[in-house]
Design a protein around this ligand. Structure first.
Ligand code: GLY
Length: 384
């Protein structure tokens, strides 16, 4: 993984058998042909209805540059990630004679990049995909690293592949129209990268959390604010790039990216996906910080730092106290896919992730007690 800077554009290279660039900046469409590479004639641009205007601009740009480009509109959010929607996309690819040298471009949030990646990885056993993520969460997480997925009635992301993109374009202009709480939810993954690997991220957020959150909904004219946001995005992508560059297929090191996610996935399931992923990850990180403290691994000051930084940007740090048994049951079902013991990524210190395997049930319950709230939910203003 390496980083270069030219004018306001930053480029993070994700190494590996199929290395690729993640470009961060503004007005990046000119970079798309280089990411698509040689030999591509046809491009399917996949987007949701909300992204049609942006995606059509991408399509028109591609047509102007000599590609045959068509648009496929898919349902919003998790509704996009179904076998039926994948089949709809395969049908379009088939009817338009897409060959192995053609490509897909996704324009949207994490659900769109997951679906588009899955369709690209399965069409003719794999064609190129370039992601143009339009949410903070998709920029720093979903679009980078090559995980693709669709859901089944039994659960989320149960069918998927590892299919690294040919490139990723993170256009900061997309964040200007992102609703405030979607931006804040994305900050949970940014802060996660700070705790697991890059303390400078934490310092940058702590320096002016209000300015950061307000800038997320501003016009982007605040140059200093934009510099901080760009640095946060770049640093988070560098963390992810380094991890997935070493462990694309999730055999070891990649697990650290799931810091806070074991409880988070259980909360999401219990809440029937009414909670934003970032909000659940925020609660999940405080839970594992408490767990590490109770296990004698983590200093109380670092646990306090979790609460302070997450709350400072408006993320929740508590969850309802009457759901522990339900959450535990979901977490235990989850662990069956990996082995016999519940396993958590925890910290010894900031930027020192380790694992806690098979913690005592009383320890788990004690950690949950530390994050429990009397209120029906601890979600606060990050409600849908
Ligand atoms: N979102 C976690 C990962 O990409 O592994």
């Amino acid at each position: 993984m390496s980083t270069t800077e030219h004018s306001a554009t930053r480029v993070v290279r994700v190494e590996g058998a199929q290395a690729y660039d993640v470009v961060i900046g503004r007005r990046l469409l000119g970079d798309l042909p280089a990411l698509l590479g040689e030999g591509v004639q046809r491009v399917l641009v996949i987007c949701t209805e909300a992204m049609t205007t942006s995606a059509d601009a991408v399509r028109e740009d591609l047509v102007a540059q000599g590609y045959q480009a068509i648009l496929a509109e898919v349902p919003d959010a998790e509704n996009a990630k179904s076998a039926q929607v994948a089949s709809f996309c395969w049908q379009i690819l088939g009817q338009a004679d897409f060959t192995r040298s053609d490509a897909i471009v996704s324009v949207g949030g994490g659900a769109t990049t997951d679906l588009a990646g899955f369709v690209a990885s399965t069409w003719l056993r794999g064609i190129k995909v370039v992601h143009i993520p339009t949410t903070l969460l998709a920029m720093v997480d979903a679009a980078v690293g090559g995980k693709t997925a669709i859901n089944t009635v039994e659960g989320k992301n149960l069918v998927g592949t590892f299919h690294p993109p040919a490139g990723v374009l993170c256009d900061l202009a997309s964040l200007e129209s992102l609703p405030k709480w979607d931006f804040v939810a994305g900050l949970a993954e940014v802060i996660k990268c700070g705790f697991i690997a890059d303390p400078r991220i934490l310092e940058l957020v702590e320096a002016d959390p209000t300015g950061l959150v307000e800038r997320g909904g501003s016009s982007g004219e605040d140059t200093a604010g934009e510099d901080v946001l760009t640095e946060l995005i770049e640093r988070s992508i560098r963390v992810k790039a380094r991890v997935v560059g070493e462990d694309l297929t999730d055999r070891g090191q990649r697990e650290i990216l799931n810091y806070g996610h074991t409880l988070a996935h259980a909360i999401e399931q219990v809440e029937r996906y009414d909670w934003r992923h970032g909000a659940a990850v925020s609660v999940g990180m405080v839970f594992v910080a408490e767990l590490a403290r109770l296990a004698g691994k983590l200093d109380e000051s670092v646990v306090d730092r979790h609460r302070a930084i997450l709350q400072s940007v408006g993320l929740p740090v508590t969850y309802r106290g009457d759901r522990w048994e339900q959450l535990l049951a979901v977490m235990r079902r989850d662990k069956k896919s990996r082995g016999d013991l519940l396993r958590f990524v925890v910290l010894d210190d900031v930027a020192r992730p380790t694992r806690l395997e098979g913690p005592d049930p009383t320890l788990l319950a004690a950690a949950y007690a530390e994050i429990s709230a009397d209120a029906p939910t601890g979600r606060g203003p990050i409600a849908l």
